[in-house]
Design a protein around this ligand. Structure first.
Ligand SMILES: O=C(O)C(=O)C[C@]1(C(=O)O)C=C[C@@H](O)C=C1
Length: 373
């Protein structure tokens, strides 16, 4: 008989006794798991050496979380259960080695929210002022990994992130998707009727454009470096009695003690942002992976067709294509292509080889597990 079929008592004291006893078993098991992780760290150090040791293994984490979801029988939902295991693994990894994660700051940004979703809460947060600073922090070894936004379902790509990959040797080690909910926030010291300006990041202002046109058509919109910065400025203004509202998310609202004037004001309810995890390691296949490429192509008729044709012929599923103008006058365009599969899969290897024959440059930005959570 499986555990889920054991009879549940039906009085409050008995139910609580039962919960206490289960908690104690769960706690012992979590510590037993943590001891295994400590041992894993010793084995990795012995096998790989101090310099080369890689504690964080995105492909293994993705496999663990997928398995949790597959075997889950409820009543807790699959995602809810995976989130619990996400945090257990985060604690275990911190025991092996605490990870310093650089992200597009300041504290309270959606990028920080994405970093916590991907790595769990047991990380050392390192907020950076700009996307290229996130890259530099990882390149210099000051941070283990970085988190940057790459595309939004309403506003399209974050060009700055794509452009930074041109000159960086960093690899994409993972992706994470976050549903973006924007709120109009104000200091509790001021009145909504007195609002003179609305601050936010330019992308957030754009994502709420229709709502702003409808409800705040005459209030000046001001683009600032991030929505968390907008929240900080709104809080600061409120302290001197100035009514400046901010558009930002939940984390920023809490961090700066603001109140929500209106919640979920984004024009599209399915507004989602995709973030990338950048690091220095090549991630082995997890069984469900994506690969990102950067391709410089000559500006000549049929150039893009010849690139795409290779995907079709080998049956490799392309999930994204972005075009950026090349910075070097000699080449016309840079394409960013995402496709399903790992670069070591035979059919993906075949495509990449053909692309190398047809393009000026093909850079594999990384293969990484498809986002689980
Ligand atoms: O399997 C490993 O390599 C581990 O280090 C263990 C573990 C885990 O807790 O399950 C922890 C960190 C890694 O990122 C992956 C998995």
């Amino acid at each position: 008989m499986s555990n889920s079929k054991i009879a549940v008592p039906d009085t409050l004291p008995l139910l609580r006794d039962r919960i206490d006893s289960i908690d104690s078993q769960i706690q012992s098991l979590i510590n037993e798991r943590a001891r295994c992780a400590e041992k894993v760290a010793e084995v990795k150090l012995a096998e790989q050496g101090d310099e080369a040791v890689v504690f964080y293994r995105p492909e293994r984490e993705a496999q663990v979380l997928r398995r949790v979801m597959e075997r889950n029988e409820g009543p807790l939902g699959n995602e809810e259960m995976a989130k619990i295991f996400r945090q257990v693994m985060s604690s275990c990894l911190a025991l092996e080695k605490p990870m310093r994660i650089a992200f597009l700051g300041p504290e309270g940004t959606f990028t920080q929210q994405a970093a916590l979703k991907h790595f769990g809460k047991s990380i050392i947060s390192a907020p950076m002022a700009a996307i290229d600073e996130v890259f530099r922090e990882v390149e210099s070894g000051a941070a283990n990994y970085g988190v940057v936004p790459v595309e939004n379902s309403t506003e399209g790509v974050v060009n700055h992130t794509l452009d930074t990959f041109r000159d960086s040797q960093l690899k994409i080690c993972g992706e994470v998707e976050e549903r973006i909910h924007h709120h109009l926030l104000l200091s509790p010291n001021v009145n909504a009727d007195d609002v003179t300006h609305i601050y936010s990041h330019q992308q957030s202002l754009a994502q709420c454009r229709a709502w702003l046109d409808r409800y705040w058509p005459h209030v000046e919109r001001v683009a600032v470096s991030s929505n968390a910065e907008a929240a900080r400025l709104a809080a600061e203004a409120g302290r001197s009695g100035r009514a400046i509202a901010a558009i930002a998310g939940e984390v920023a609202c809490e961090l700066y003690d603001l109140v929500k004037v209106s919640a979920n004001i984004e024009d599209r309810p399915d507004n989602t942002t995709r973030f990338l995890i950048v690091g220095t390691q090549d991630v082995p296949a997890s069984g469900k992976d994506k690969t990102s490429l950067l391709i410089s192509a000559k500006n000549e008729p049929g150039a893009l067709y010849r690139l795409l044709e290779a995907f079709e012929r080998h049956g490799v599923d392309m999930t994204r294509l972005e075009t950026r103008p090349s910075l070097m006058s000699r080449w016309g365009y840079i394409f960013y292509i995402d496709f399903v599969g790992h670069y070591q899969d035979p059919e993906c290897q075949a495509v990449i080889e053909e692309l190398r024959d047809r393009a000026a440059e093909v850079k594999v930005l990384g293969s990484y597990p498809v986002a689980v959570l």
